[in-house]
Design a protein around this ligand. Structure first.
Ligand code: SF4
Length: 332
């Protein structure tokens, strides 16, 4: 299928405008994501309607804590990624083999919507691999979902182009965006990306009115420098607002960093303290058990407003049960 957002060049190459890499792709070559190819001077998606994973997940697993809590979200993923994170937890689908062979199931947007409805899903997430690289399916499915009153969320690295954001603007209700660190050097050497486009896109998503939650995977000795985390928390506070939830999550060895040690709880607690000191109202600890780090405390009265134990959620009506203050998020 012909891809969206590209321009042809005089020499037969094409320029992909889908993400901040802006790959120039010669004939019969693929872009950095491995799933967009220049065929006879036209950019073609290799993964349109190719799904590698389809599941009903607890929405907390995304993680989204202020978006329809306690419900299940119809979650779909394809293959490919515009990043090459050395610590990727889903490298089996994100990193397309050189052969280009992608095994998955063909499902079109109408079928996805009807599967979501059959499963009584109230929302739909594009997740597991980077949704930007299969924009064509995301766009068509999100349009249909909106028509059916179903909310759509993205779980993304936030490295798409501004044009891509404009295409999706009114069809997306929420996003969990990875802000993987706060140094460009880290983004370049560990992720194969750059920091600034992610920051710019977070600001644009905020302006578009998407409900945003931010996740940072804390890797011991790699991206947990206190000054960088302070700068990261200050960015969320100043540019996205103090009500934006920040998830600091534990790393467990994976992909090219399989031998690295897992993040100890005290490092996550330290990161959480940094977020709270920066003035963020909601800082959560994920991927490990932390009763305090998984509870929503009311910014007004300080009491527990939403408790999460494993997949069980208590509260989550958008209001503090103690003082009645409204909580920010999408609750119904
Ligand atoms: S989506 Fe990004 S990485 Fe993939 S071809 Fe387009 S510009 Fe390159």
């Amino acid at each position: 299928m012909q891809a969206m957002l590209w321009t042809s060049q005089d020499d037969g190459s094409v320029r992909c405008g889908l993400c901040a890499h802006g790959c120039q792709i010669r004939k019969n070559k693929k872009g950095r994501c491995g799933v967009r190819v220049n065929l006879r001077g036209e950019l073609v998606s290799l993964v349109n309607e190719v799904m590698t994973s389809v599941a009903m997940d607890p929405v907390e697993k995304k993680p989204l804590y202020h978006f329809l809590p306690g419900t299940r979200i119809f979650s779909v993923g394809s293959a490919g990624c515009n990043f090459t994170c050395r610590f990727c937890q889903n490298s089996n689908i994100s990193q397309v083999p050189e052969s280009g062979v992608i095994s998955g199931r063909r499902i079109n947007p109408e079928e996805l919507i009807s599967l979501a409805a059959d499963n009584k899903a109230r929302s739909l997430a594009f997740t597991y691999n980077e949704p930007t690289v299969f924009l064509e399916l995301v766009y068509e499915t999100a349009m249909l979902a909106k028509g059916d009153g179903m909310r759509v969320a993205l779980v993304t690295n936030g490295f798409m182009s501004q044009d891509c954001l404009q295409v999706l603007s009114t069809y997306i209700s929420a996003a969990n965006v990875d802000l993987k660190g706060f140094s460009d050097a880290f983004y370049r050497s560990f992720c194969g990306g750059r920091l600034q486009p992610v920051l710019d896109n977070l600001k644009t998503m905020h302006k578009l009115g998407w409900w945003l939650e931010v996740t940072t995977l804390i890797i011991p000795g790699v991206n947990n420098n206190a000054d960088e985390l302070k700068a990261l928390a200050a960015f969320i506070h100043d540019e996205l607002g103090p009500d934006t939830p920040w998830h600091v999550t534990a790393f467990h060895g994976a992909y090219r960093m399989a031998e690295y040690p897992a993040t100890p709880l005290p490092l996550l607690e330290q990161a959480r303290d940094i977020g709270l000191e920066a003035g963020l109202h909601f800082v959560y600890i994920g991927n490990v058990t932390s009763p305090e780090g998984s509870t929503t405390f009311c910014p007004q009265c300080g009491k527990a407003a939403i408790k999460r134990t494993g997949l069980r959620v208590t509260g989550g009506q958008g209001q503090c049960p103690s003082c009645g203050a409204k909580l920010p998020g999408i609750w119904n």
